[in-house]
Ligand binder design. Structure first.
Ligand code: PBG
Length: 331
């Protein structure tokens, strides 16, 4: 027997599965998960997305099914993205009441019937022919203030279509204040704003750009954050809260857990995180090769995001994960 046997033994609480479960600090709940959903104009059958195995571009009909499946396992909400057939310089489809995202929103609200929260992406990149999140000026720069006018019109259309939470993901300065004021003036004071506050210019959006058939050439570094900047991520969230954001978000999630923890510590509104397409694709690809235990990796990745401070997580695994949670299979 060793003379100085340890008196402090953290391992005691790891002894049995029941004990480990009892002392777990971070639990997953289906209600804290949001499913991002792509809806493609002009299709009647869902289309697979090559770089996101298991994720599809939905038709309006399969959107209903996806919402039913998510609601059945208790998923908290869906975030809708539209993939239009035609694009132009100002992203007209975004403000057309018959544009795909607005039509999909009406369908989703009806299908959800209050069982989960229907939310919409408020950004122009899916609707512009140049693929930028805003409109361009004479020399091809993204024009912040003219883009705000487009966001205001887009936000009003989404609110009219019944979106309950507008996800402002364009990273224009003043976007939260502009959309909030317009919503209030038009009588939509009950429509909430989720600000993608700390959205980094990330390589992990690659598969998403396939999913929405993005035409972007170049990058978004004049509006999305530099991946090296932690303090600036917090600053963006503080500004958005001051402008009236109801929820703030950090995106991507996995590579930005420090920013997430900073924002969670400072925020007096809910803090969400978006586990983006590249994070999804990495785990799926490794799992497909048999290099990683898919289920454990999925659960661990989302638990890590919750542990760092996210109140809710946008994840492409939301429905599947909610099913596992329901079976008590979540750690
Ligand atoms: C912009 C938007 C993007 C994502 C969500 N909203 C793409 C971008 O900024 O290029 C990425 C989400 C993902 O990668 O899963 N509308």
């Amino acid at each position: 027997m060793v003379t100085s046997a340890p008196r402090v033994r953290p391992r005691r609480l790891r002894e049995t599965p029941a004990l480990r479960r009892l002392v777990s600090e971070t639990r997953l709940h289906a209600a804290d998960l949001v499913l991002p959903v792509f809806v493609r104009e002009g299709i009647t059958e869902p289309l697979p997305i090559a770089s996101m195995p298991g994720v599809v571009q939905h038709s309006l009909e399969s959107l209903r099914t996806a919402i039913d499946e998510a609601a059945a396992v208790g998923v908290g909400g869906v975030m809708l993205f539209g993939v239009p057939e035609r694009r132009d310089a100002r992203g007209s489809g975004a403000t057309d009441p018959d544009g795909i995202l607005n039509v999909a929103t009406r369908v989703a609200v009806e299908a959800a019937a209050g069982r989960l929260v229907v939310q919409t992406d408020l950004c122009l990149d899916e609707f512009t022919d140049h693929g930028h999140c805003g409109v361009l000026d004479d020399v091809g720069r993204v024009d912040n203030d003219r883009t705000l006018e487009r966001y205001v019109a887009m936000g009003l259309e989404q609110a009219r279509a019944g979106s309950e939470v507008l996800g402002l993901s364009g990273m224009m300065d003043g976007q939260v204040a502009a959309v909030r004021e317009a919503l209030d003036d038009a009588g939509f004071e009950r429509t909430a704003i989720l600000a993608y506050s700390a959205k980094y210019a990330s390589a992990f959006y690659g598969p998403f750009r396939d999913a929405v058939e993005s035409t972007l050439e170049g990058d978004r570094r004049t509006y999305q954050l530099d991946p090296g900047n932690r303090r600036e991520g917090l600053r963006e969230a503080v500004i958005d809260i001051e402008e009236g954001a109801d929820i703030v978000m950090v995106k991507p999630a996995g590579s930005y857990l420090d920013v997430l923890a900073d924002v969670a510590a400072a925020s007096d509104v809910p803090v969400w995180a978006y586990q983006v397409s590249g994070e999804y694709a990495m785990i799926e690809a490794a799992a497909a090769h048999g290099w990683i235990d898919r289920k454990r990796a999925v659960i661990e990745s989302v638990r890590g995001i919750r542990r760092a401070g996210a109140d809710a997580v946008l994840t492409y695994w939301a429905t599947e994960l909610a099913g596992w949670i329901r079976n008590g299979d979540d750690a």
